[in-house]
Design a protein around this ligand. Structure first.
Ligand SMILES: NC(=O)c1ccc[n+]([C@@H]2O[C@H](COP(=O)([O-])OP(=O)(O)OC[C@H]3O[C@@H](n4cnc5c(N)ncnc54)[C@H](O)[C@@H]3O)[C@@H](O)[C@H]2O)c1
Length: 382
C-alpha cells in the first residue's frame, strides 16, 4: 500500500510567485514530498532552488524534457508533476509528463489553444492519468458550501450572476505607452508568454471557473468590451455572459481599478435567494433568502455541510486563506493519485478538484472574450 507520494516541479524557483505557494499547499497534509525539479531555465536559480530543498543533485534537471523522461524511467520516479511556469510553456510540459506516464497538476490558464487543451485530455484519458488544473479558489471551504447550497436548491433557480475580479497593480500602464512595458515589464503583458490575453486570461479565468464550480452552469456565449490602454494585451474587460439555462450575468475583471488588490467577488442570484462570496474575506459566506435578513455563514461551524466541512482545517474564527485553498486542491488531487496507485475507487470528495474539462472551458472562455473584444462586444459562442 502506497501511503506517500513523490512529486516534481517545473517552474517555481525561489524568486518566483506561485511555485512556493504550491510547495506550502502540498506540505499541509504531508502526503507528498518534493523529489525532483526543473525550477527555472536559469541554471543557477534552478540549482539553488533544488539545493535549498535538499534534492538529490541528479534529480535537479536542466530541462523539463530530460526530467520527464528520466523520472518516467526511474523505479522511484515521481508520482505527479506540478507545472508552475508561465502560460506559454504549460502545454509542452504537461504533454511531456503525460507521455512518460506521470500524473499532472498544471497552473491555469491550461494552454494557449483549445485544441491543445483537448489533446491533453485525450492523452490523459488514453493513459489513465489524472490531471488537475489549479483553479485554486474552488479549494475554499465556503466556495464549496456555496456549491452545496446552490445544488440543494436553497436559492432556487439561478436567474442572474454578477462577479468581478478587480486589481489595481497595472494602473500606471494606462496611457503610459511603451515606457510602462519597460518599467513594469512582466510576462503577463507579453503575448509571446501570456497568450492572447492578460487580464481575462490571468483573472477573468478565475471568475469563469469559480462561477462554474459554484453553480454548475455552462457558458453559452459572451459579449466582451476589452481595454488595452495602448498596451499589447487587455488590462480591463467588462463581459456580458449567457448561460445554457438562459440566465445572464456580468463579469468584470480589471488590473487598473485603484483601491482593489485581489477582489474576486461572486454573487449568484436565484428565484428564492442569493449567495455572495468574497475571496479577500473567504471565511464568511453571505446567504440571503427572499424576504429575510442576510445570514452570515462562518467556516468551521457545525451548520456547514459535511462535504464542505471535510476541507476545513481550523476552528471557526481562525482565518484560513489562499495557502489552505491550495492545500485543499492538493488534498483531493493527492488522495486521487494515492488511491489510483493503490487500485482503490475514488470518492466524490477525492474528485473535488478542477480537471481537464475545467481547463478546456477556461481556454474557450478566454478565446471567446478576446474574439468578442475585437468585434466591439459582438456575442461570441464559448
Ligand atoms: N492559481 C492561481 O491563483 C495563480 C496565481 C498566480 C499565478 N498563477 C499561474 O501560475 C503560473 C506561474 O505564474 P507566476 O506568477 O508564479 O510566474 P513567475 O514568473 O513568478 O514564475 C515562473 C517560474 O517558472 C520558471 N520557468 C519559466 N519557464 C520555464 C521552463 N521552461 N522550465 C522551467 N522553469 C521555467 C521561471 O524561472 C520562474 O521560476 C502562470 O501560469 C500563472 O497564470 C496562478
Amino acid at each position: 500500500m502506497k501511503k506517500k507520494l513523490l512529486y516534481g516541479q517545473v517552474g517555481g524557483s525561489l524568486n518566483a510567485f506561485i511555485g512556493g505557494v504550491h510547495r506550502v499547499g502540498i506540505a499541509f497534509d504531508g502526503r507528498a514530498q518534493l523529489a525532483a525539479g526543473c525550477f527555472s531555465r536559469d541554471p543557477a536559480a534552478n540549482r539553488e532552488t533544488g539545493e535549498f530543498y535538499g534534492l538529490d543533485p541528479e534529480r535537479i534537471y536542466g530541462s523539463y524534457t530530460e526530467m520527464a523522461e528520466a523520472e518516467g524511467k526511474r523505479e522511484d520516479g515521481i508520482d505527479f508533476a506540478v507545472v508552475t511556469t508561465p502560460n506559454n510553456a504549460h502545454y509542452a510540459i504537461c504533454r511531456a509528463f503525460l507521455e512518460n506516464g506521470i500524473h499532472v497538476l498544471c497552473e491555469k490558464p491550461l494552454c494557449f489553444e483549445v485544441s491543445e487543451a483537448e489533446e491533453l485530455k485525450r492523452l490523459a484519458e488514453e493513459r489513465g492519468l489524472l490531471f488537475c488544473v489549479n483553479y485554486s479558489y474552488s479549494g475554499n471551504v465556503l466556495a464549496k458550501e456555496a456549491r452545496h447550497l446552490i445544488r440543494s436548491g436553497v436559492i432556487g433557480d439561478i436567474i442572474n450572476v454578477n462577479a468581478e475580479y478587480l486589481q489595481e497593480y497595472l494602473v500606471d500602464d494606462v496611457g503610459a505607452g511603451d515606457e510602462a512595458m519597460v518599467k513594469l515589464s512582466s510576462w503577463r503583458k507579453d503575448p509571446a508568454v501570456a497568450g492572447i490575453s492578460n487580464c481575462v486570461g490571468d483573472i477573468g479565468s478565475h471568475i469563469e471557473n469559480t462561477v462554474a464550480y459554484m453553480t454548475g452552469l455552462k457558458l453559452k456565449r459572451v459579449a466582451a468590451l476589452t481595454d488595452t490602454f495602448g498596451q499589447p494585451l487587455d488590462l480591463n474587460a467588462n463581459i456580458l455572459v449567457e448561460f445554457e439555462n438562459g440566465a445572464h450575468g456580468v463579469y468584470s475583471c480589471s488590473q487598473v481599478c485603484v483601491g482593489h488588490m485581489n477582489g474576486l467577488t461572486v454573487r449568484i442570484f436565484g428565484t428564492l435567494g442569493a449567495i455572495e462570496w468574497v475571496q479577500e474575506n473567504p471565511n464568511v459566506l453571505y446567504v440571503t433568502l427572499k424576504g429575510q435578513p442576510t445570514q452570515i455563514y462562518n467556516r468551521g461551524m457545525g451548520y456547514i455541510s459535511p462535504e464542505a466541512a471535510a476541507f476545513s482545517r481550523l476552528p471557526s474564527g481562525h482565518p484560513e486563506g489562499l495557502y489552505v485553498a491550495f492545500a485543499n486542491i492538493y488534498k483531493a488531487f493527492i488522495s486521487s493519485v494515492l488511491k489510483t496507485a493503490n487500485g482503490e475507487p475514488l470518492t466524490e470528495e477525492d474528485r473535488d478538484y478542477p480537471g481537464l474539462d475545467a481547463g478546456i472551458a477556461g481556454v474557450k472562455f478566454i478565446h471567446a472574450c478576446v474574439e468578442s473584444g475585437k468585434r466591439d462586444a459582438a456575442w461570441v459562442e464559448v
